[in-house]
Design a protein around this ligand. Structure first.
Ligand code: SF4
Ligand code: SF4
Ligand code: SF4
Length: 179
């Protein structure tokens, strides 16, 4: 069966320590201003009944990814498991993909091409977990194949309440935020 890689992010476990952000920067040798993942802290409710949700966000590897269609050179493409990738050799840095992404998931690398999360496909293809998933001290992040009913990510999505960000885009994100 065709693989469909996805990630579940448990907002109840995340403490916002940024270990996932540092792990990603180290693993992918990102320059000082470059980030493939980031932390969002969102406060809701009315004082004194306030709630804070902490999310580790990155590219959603959307099943219907507008960034791929927007790319005039074919640099943005869908790879194994539905992972959305950028071929930096083909990227001209025109930023059409950045304009098409509602999630702010892409940025311009200092070498001129556009960069974003790859779900660490280079590690996954060797049977390893993405660097952020492996590093998270609270095990907030779970990566796997949604086409496999036994995958931990499939079990989480089956048994827990979750949301995706901006479902109204119709982009079918593959990053699930558990609550
Ligand atoms: Fe949250 Fe884990 Fe990232 Fe820390 S490493 S910010 S706990 S997801
Ligand atoms: Fe493309 Fe943005 Fe979706 Fe990632 S989150 S696949 S960059 S539209
Ligand atoms: Fe970075 Fe890899 Fe995690 Fe994506 S999956 S945010 S590239 S460490």
């Amino acid at each position: 069966m065709k693989k469909r890689y996805a990630m579940a992010m448990d907002t109840r476990r995340c403490v916002g320590c940024n270990a996932c952000v540092i792990a990603c920067k180290t693993e992918n040798a990102l320059h000082t201003g470059g980030f493939r993942d980031w932390i969002v802290q969102e406060v809701s409710g009315t004082f004194p009944s306030l709630q804070m949700e902490i999310r580790s966000e990155r590219c959603n590897h959307c099943s219907d990814a507008p960034c791929v269609g927007a790319c005039p050179t074919g640099a943005s493409h869908v790879a194994e498991g539905g992972v959305v990738m950028v071929n930096k050799q083909k990227c001209t840095g025109c930023k059409a993909c950045i304009a098409s992404c509602a999630y702010g998931a892409r940025y311009v690398h200092e070498d001129g091409f556009v960069d974003k999360c790859t779900f660490c496909l280079h590690r996954v293809q060797k049977g390893k977990q993405p660097a952020c998933v492996e590093t998270c001290p609270t095990r907030s992040l779970t990566f796997g194949d949604l086409a496999d009913p036994e995958s931990p990510v499939t079990r989480l999505v089956r048994t827990r309440r979750f949301k995706v960000l901006q479902p109204e885009t119709g982009n079918e994100p593959n990053l699930y935020f558990l609550s």
